[in-house]
Design a protein around this ligand. Structure first.
Ligand SMILES: Cc1cc2nc3c(=O)[nH]c(=O)nc-3n(C[C@H](O)[C@H](O)[C@H](O)COP(=O)(O)O)c2cc1C
Length: 316
């Protein structure tokens, strides 16, 4: 049986954004097949418990992949075994995070610089994970297609079920255009499904990525935070239909506000709402003013009133 549907759509892992409330918001529009958690530090997962932890919160597990970050074999295996025990859709090992504060520990893309350790970690994690296992990686250090393929083939030999490629090099960071030709090249090289990621900025971009790379799935990050309904629109295009009208932005903001209040303590909810507003307000012409004003609010109630006031005054 295939791991996931044809032309599968994935919501990317994003720190401070891929939480239960955003997941619920994205699911409410439908169209997204699999959602990733934000990266979970293998040093802290063993001490966290569902319910009390801000990180281990969910309403559904059948479409959720927990992403772990780290490079210590024992901690990675311990975290993977613990998360696997909750029976999520799957587990992912982060080999793509480019930030210095992550790679300096040898985590994230740091593992792409140390293939021996990456292999040991993945083989260990594979032994304890009974669910589908993915790795989210980058092209690598530099633009070497052969090195990328060799690294990915090593992951396949370790038993990874599919690979997500964020089509940038580590040096690229988040700059330049994503290099989709590397997604096509990886798809040609490995026997497992490949999910493409990077710079899908509209529903039509996702269709283009499928067509130009032959990838098995498309993962959307930033644009899915701005437009949590993008997956619905991509599915409409895949079915040969025009995407529906976008939902009213105020309703989307207030729904996220409600979901955050439902799942988090007020201080955490407010912090996360302010983070989200910087993205959701990109749907508005003068959205940065609204983000700034919400940023000054001291409570969730104040944040909601601020939004209602702005729309009442005609922001669009
Ligand atoms: C705010 C933010 C947080 C991110 N956090 C993670 C993370 O926790 N794990 C990860 O593998 N990638 C992370 N990424 C990278 C995204 O998953 C994705 O690869 C990247 O944004 C490119 O996709 P996009 O162009 O669709 O946004 C993050 C990106 C952003 C913008």
């Amino acid at each position: 049986m295939p791991l996931f549907p044809e032309n599968a759509l994935f919501m990317a892992p994003m720190v401070d954004l891929s939480h239960v409330a955003y997941q619920e918001l994205v699911r409410s529009f439908s169209g997204c097949d699999i959602l990733y958690s934000e990266m979970l530090n293998a040093r802290i997962v063993p001490g966290e418990n569902p319910g009390s932890s801000v990180y281990l919160k969910w309403t559904r597990l059948d479409d959720l992949i927990f992403q772990i970050a780290g490079n210590d074999l024992e901690r990675m295996c311990g975290s993977a075994a613990k998360l696997n025990g909750f029976s999520p859709f799957g587990i992912d090992v982060n080999m793509g995070c480019w930030l210095k504060k992550v790679t300096c520990h040898g985590w994230g893309a740091g593992l792409m610089r140390d293939a021996v350790r990456a292999q040991a970690v993945l083989a260990g994690v594979r032994r304890v994970v009974t669910r589908p296992l993915s790795v989210k990686m980058r092209i690598g250090y530099g633009l070497d297609m052969q090195a990328m393929s060799d690294f990915a083939s090593m992951l396949v030999e370790c038993g990874v079920d599919f690979i997500v490629l964020h089509a940038r090099t580590v040096e690229d960071g988040m700059s330049r255009r994503a290099r989709w030709e590397y997604i096509a090249a990886l798809k040609d090289q490995v026997s497992v499904p490949v999910v493409g990621n990077g710079d899908v900025k509209s529903a039509r971009d996702a269709i283009d990525m499928f067509a130009r790379t032959g990838c098995d799935g498309v993962m959307v990050g930033r644009q899915a935070v701005v437009q949590p309904w993008i997956f619905r629109d991509i599915k409409a295009l895949l079915a040969g239909n025009e995407p529906p009208e976008p939902p009213p932005v105020m309703d989307v903001m207030l729904e996220l506000h409600r979901l955050l209040s439902l799942h988090f303590a007020p201080d955490v909810a407010l912090k996360r709402f302010k983070t989200a507003m910087a993205w959701l307000s990109q749907n508005l012409t003068f959205g940065h003013h609204l983000t700034k004003n919400v940023g000054r609010e001291k409570s969730m109630e104040g944040a909601a009133s601020c939004i209602q006031r702005a729309f009442g005054q005609g922001i669009s």
